[in-house]
Design a protein around this ligand. Structure first.
Ligand code: AMP
Length: 383
């Protein structure tokens, strides 16, 4: 079976790595000749909007998937008329527009922060009266890793926010005083069967994911990465079941096939949905060594129409430390007990995700010392 992947970054590369033992073949479409999945599978280097290129790409493929959430919906639909495309293009359409996404959550009973569509300065003023301060103004499209956003704290910030973002369709959201940012990775097969990974606690800095923690009721008491103290959570079971309920609803509604990430804010016992990613996700990288079947293999199993694999953890605790703009010497990573290195084969540039370290541990203390050691190897840890 040959699977076409739109986008050839590290996610595509890890899909190829997971598919090789299953005997799956791949073809990648990416506009960049540097796309790192191309080191492992044939790469067609063309514009993802180019119709003749899409037609050429679709030849002899059994199914198409994508690793890039900004895949143009038109391109996904064009391909879907010729070969099955999973996840369905509708998932791309919804996730690429924050207003459609939040409205979709609301329609399906998934709680979200308050929000309003903003097209004009007058609408911004009216929405601020309704939603109150603090609030976050975001572009509806093309925002990622915290880009295209402005946090409004005082009424005077409205001018600054409008100056920075006005002119394109926007969404205003209430600012959520969350305790933690979490995500749930879920997978749905072609027959509608579903599996869920345990909730992951995510730590960002400058809008980029730095650290993911997972394990029985694990939570850190600090949002500062340099002093992450792992503690026990109060109510992991109810949060997990709420997150599964929300993800399940969205997956079924979209007749989804593949892995989806749902990112949520936790405030006490409540979860509010922030966004979905219709693809394998950075907060699921720990599953490569941390789960019986990784998010990458489960995504491939789903899109290929194969039985789904177990999402059980192989060890009670796991973590993922992103390597951003810097790769430490491999031997220093491997010296950490329970650590696995994933270097993406990318050219190193400031702010670029160039690898990650997966950590598994049998106790909270063991994970703590592994996370501390791994964080010392990141660009931040070295400063
Ligand atoms: P996003 O691009 O929507 O994922 O937002 C990037 C980051 O901004 C999130 O990971 C949060 O840390 C923060 N953020 C986004 N929306 C909100 C909100 N409504 N309230 C509080 N923080 C937010």
């Amino acid at each position: 079976m040959t699977i076409g992947i739109l986008g050839g970054g590290q996610l595509g590369r890890m899909l190829v790595l997971a598919g090789a033992p299953l005997g799956l073949q791949f073809k990648i479409l990416d506009p960049s000749s540097e796309a790192v999945a191309g080191q492992l599978a044939p790469l067609l280097c063309e514009d993802i909007n180019d119709v003749p290129a899409l037609l050429w790409f679709s030849k002899n493929l059994d199914v198409v998937t994508y690793e890039w959430e900004n895949v143009p919906v038109g391109s996904a639909k064009y391909l879907a008329a010729r070969v099955p495309v999973f996840p369905p293009p509708r998932a791309l359409e919804i996730s690429s527009d924050r207003l459609k996404e939040k409205s979709f959550f609301r329609e399906n009973g998934v709680p979200t922060p308050d929000f309003a569509a903003i097209e004009s300065r007058a609408e911004l003023d009216a929405a601020l009266k309704e939603i109150g301060l603090p609030a976050v103004l975001k572009t509806r499209k093309f925002g990622y890793d915290g880009k295209g956003q402005f946090v409004l704290k005082t009424p005077r910030d409205a001018d600054k926010a409008w100056e920075k973002l006005g002119g394109v369709p926007l969404i205003l959201e209430s600012f959520v005083p969350f305790e933690r940012e979490v995500s749930i990775l879920a997978v749905r097969g072609q027959g509608g069967e579903k599996r869920f990974y345990p909730l992951v606690e995510n730590h960002h800095r400058e809008g980029i994911l730095r650290l993911s923690l997972v394990g029985a009721g694990l939570t850190s008491s600090s949002n500062r990465l340099d002093e992450t103290q792992l503690e026990e959570d109060v109510s992991p079971a109810s949060l997990q079941s709420d997150a599964e309920k929300f993800a399940s609803k969205l997956l079924d509604k979209l007749d989804y096939v593949g892995v989806m990430a749902l990112e949520l804010f936790q405030i006490g016992e409540r979860l509010l949905a922030n966004e979905i990613a219709p693809r394998v996700h950075n907060s699921g990288h720990w599953t490569i060594e941390g789960s019986v079947c990784s998010q990458f293999e489960n995504h491939l199993r789903a899109v290929a129409g194969l039985p789904l694999g177990s999402t059980e953890m192989k060890a009670p605790f796991a973590a993922m430390v992103n390597l951003i703009g810097h790769l430490p010497p491999l031997c220093e990573v491997l010296r950490i007990e329970g650590a696995h290195a994933h270097f993406y084969g990318k050219e190193i540039k400031a702010g670029r995700k160039v690898g990650h370290i997966t950590l598994t541990a049998s106790s909270r203390e063991e994970l703590q010392s592994a996370v501390d050691a791994a964080q010392l190897l990141t660009a931040d840890g070295r400063r």
